[in-house]
Design a protein around this ligand. Structure first.
Ligand code: PLP
Length: 408
């Protein structure tokens, strides 16, 4: 029987009962639990750089503490940080904004959440090309919307085609969520590809674009970074461009993300934020100014290490019979196809029917935590985060190869 003070299902909201917890966090939790039980587990399930935050950023945070910057800030973020964000958008993306067009939140995640809460009415549709970050569909559901999943497989480079977009737009479509470089596939949209999607969107003026550019700085090709509002300026009046310091500056725990878009949208998002978190930490905001305005000389080292790890991970995955793996041009994930292993059995005769079975098998048998493709709405794959040390990756790959070879 339930404890009388514990909420039973009848007490919880339908929209919460209908949402799933984050599969990446769930896999990491399982891995941590096994570690506590004494198992040797390598967690490649979470996406965060393993580098330290650059020294000048840490120093700026300490200085802000010593200046006693310990008060509430503007809901939208301090003016100084919003001005640094404006400089970043102009410098890196050729996008010009005013301070009223910028919101700073607790990570890029809160920007996505605020925007959906501020705009979605019951039953509104949000187009999500997949594989996509696990949180997109759940955030849409929590806002009362309907995620419209469009599966984009390896044959199209895991990218949405203009034809697919045209086919799914309805009068209820509110947003297209685009993430480049992508978590989990690492796919990067080119200027031309965004322009072609833009042509479709220009024919449907009621559809807005949420561009999640959080992995902008983690790319391995020499092409210029493309973001929708810059590639198709006619779309800027209905685009929210989201970015942050988490991935580029190894600052996941500092919780600072930002977004820029039309004033009316940002105003509505500020309303949502004012009634939830108010704003992110004043100290983190001060540190983020130093990050955005400061030297970027550490970045080539980050990208070089990620590239080395990516090349090694893809090389080993491709050598495993039953797996296939494209070379991801961005982010720090590999997203191999595992259809070739499905239908096989492990030593105890358990059937590995799905990518979820395979992910649990790798955790149980090899002590390596990966995340099933189903969590990203593209089954038949799994995601490995290679934001881990070279030593951990080598050992994890060795174990994955052995475990896969044991399937019959
Ligand atoms: N968007 C994508 C695609 C991500 O993968 C993540 C983090 O994993 C985020 C947004 C959230 O970033 P932040 O830590 O800034 O909230």
């Amino acid at each position: 029987m339930n404890h009388p003070s514990l909420p039973g299902h009848a007490f919880l909201a339908q929209r919460v009962l209908g949402a799933k917890p984050s599969a990446t966090k769930e896999m990491t939790r399982l891995a941590n639990q096994m570690k506590r039980e004494g198992r040797d587990v390598i967690a490649l399930s979470q996406g965060e750089p393993d580098f330290p935050t650059p020294l000048h950023v840490r120093e700026a945070a300490k200085a802000a503490i010593d200046r006693n910057e310990s008060r509430y800030t503007d809901v939208a973020g301090t003016l100084l940080l919003r001005e640094a964000v404006m400089r970043k958008f102009e410098r890196d993306n050729g996008l010009r904004f005013s301070p009223e067009q910028i919101q700073v939140g607790c990570g890029a995640k809160q920007l996505l959440y605020n925007a959906l809460q501020a705009t979605i009415n019951d039953g509104d549709e949000v187009v999500i090309p997949t594989p996509a970050w696990v949180s997109y569909p759940e955030m849409v559901l929590l806002a009362g919307g309907r995620p419209v999943i469009v599966r984009c497989g390896a044959s199209s480079g895991f990218k949405l085609t203009p034809q697919q977009l045209e086919e799914v737009i309805t009068p209820r479509t509110k947003w297209l969520m685009l993430n480049s470089p992508s978590n989990p596939s690492g796919a990067v949209y080119s200027q031309e590809e965004l322009a072609a999607l833009g042509e479709v969107l220009l024919r449907h003026p009621h559809v807005w674009v949420m561009a999640d550019d959080i992995y902008e700085k983690i790319r391995y090709e020499d092409t210029a970074f493309a973001t929708p509002a810059a590639v198709v300026p006619e779309l800027a009046g209905r685009t929210l461009t989201i970015n942050g310091v988490s991935k580029a500056y190894a600052m996941t725990g500092w919780r600072v993300g930002f977004g820029a878009g039309p004033v009316e949208l940002i105003r509505a998002m500020n309303l949502v934020q004012s009634q939830s978190t108010s704003h992110t930490s004043s100290i983190s905001q001060a540190a983020s100014i130093a990050a955005l305005d400061g030297p970027m000389d550490f970045l080539p080292g980050f990208v070089k290490a990620f590239r080395r790890r990516r090349d090694r991970v893809v090389e080993v995955l491709r050598s495993i019979e039953g797996l296939s793996c494209d070379l991801p041009p961005g982010a720090f994930y590999a997203f191999p196809g595992c259809q070739g292993l499905l239908g096989r059995r492990d030593k105890l005769n358990n059937l590995i029917a799905t990518d979820s079975d395979l992910a649990l098998y790798l955790l149980r048998e090899a002590g390596v935590a990966v995340v099933q493709g189903a969590a990203f709405e593209l089954p038949g794959h799994f995601r490995i985060s290679y934001a881990a040390s070279d030593e951990e990756l080598e050992e994890a790959l060795r174990r994955i190869a052995v475990a896969c070879a044991e399937l019959r």
